[in-house]
Design a protein around this ligand. Structure first.
Ligand code: 9UX
Length: 72
């Protein structure tokens, strides 16, 4: 089954920032979809919990250079 995580991501100031976050998250194993909304500072990720978890996704976003917190 799949799970969904919504993150608040601060520091993204242009659409290329959002693209970098999407690309990094999608490189992780077990990601079904990642959509990053630069205007609302949100990243929505659908994933398979057998392969990856929300904390790993959050750390991946931070590795790109943005602060990320799990919203729900
Ligand atoms: Mo846009 Mo984001 O020029 O780090 S890519 S601000």
């Amino acid at each position: 089954s799949e799970a969904k995580a919504l993150f608040s991501v601060t520091g993204m100031t242009c659409s290329a920032c959002a693209g970098s976050v999407e690309k990094a998250v999608k490189r992780l194993p077990g990601i079904k979809e990642a959509v990053v909304d630069v205007l609302n500072n949100r990243a929505l990720v659908m994933f398979y919990p057998s392969f990856v978890n929300a904390e790993t996704i959050r750390e991946t976003i931070e590795d790109v250079g943005f602060q990320a917190t799990l919203v729900e």
